[in-house]
Design a protein around this ligand. Sequence first.
Ligand code: SER
Length: 333
Amino acid sequence: MGKILVTGARGQLGSDLVVALRQHYGEMEVIETGRQLPGQVALKQGVSKPESLCHQHRSLLYEVLDVTDRPRLQELIQTHQIDTIYHLAGLLSAKGEQQPNQCWDININGLRNVLEAAKTYGMKVFFPSSIAVFGPHSPKLDTPQITISDPSTMYGITKLTGELLCHYYAYQWGVDVRSLRLPGIISYNTFLGGGTTDFAVEMFHAALKNETYTCFIHPETRLPMMYISDAIQAILTLMQADPAVISIRTSYNIAAISFSARELVTEIQKHLPDFVCHYKPDFRQAIADSWPSVIDDSRARADWGWRHTYHLPAIVEEMLAKLSHKKVLSFEF
Ligand code: SER
């Protein structure tokens, strides 16, 4: 068996996915990549990551990679004998609106490089798509797997185009590429930002620091969300599924829960009653307004047995516990 390469490995999804992949496939089997050296990323994030590898091994398993650099990607695939890529590198929705050209370049050309390499080397690929593929004319409730998709953000446009590229490479070239339309992810390990659903993570940090939070999304805007453990489980299950059951090669709708900013505040206040949140919607409100509130993921549930575990009360309880613990840890260092 070949090794696994993860692009965008120190991002919100990657930092937890790498830990899970190493647990499943072996610590030395997973190569992390990112545009910067890990130290620079950690400094930006201001957080530490659970690591069981010694420094020497860790540096052997981390490579600098700009995904738009096709020769470098190919070099890494050959050097490490990669047979699976989890292609997580990309710009999120809010950052994508500020840097639309860079968003197109990284999200589209990066994916094309990965798919071309997958075609050449016979690799399996995971590609994270998003609820952002839907737009103002998509149904807001129980958004079907196949429906009107008219994304109004550059991020959504790149994800929708990316899905079509995945479908094309799967059917034209037999590339085993699998994808999920992920909702907002709530996690505690790493947080780089740039997304519209970031308020749902930022709120926890503010609440634990006894700070008043100013939410950039309207209190009643309801968006699809998922706890990081469910997201990692979904990715692992999808990638381990028998290829015969994968009937969608664009990207699967996947859902867990949906909540509004106000509902999240109320749930946090059950633990931290003094927490105060004000609302000052900015340009990200228009992005959120263009997205669905609840999506229908029945194909994922039927095809490969997707089930989520975490509901809002459990997410809030675990987020507060994990982040409090991290605060103690970072204090000790
Ligand atoms: N969480 C992402 C964002 O807000 C959506 O895919 O950009």
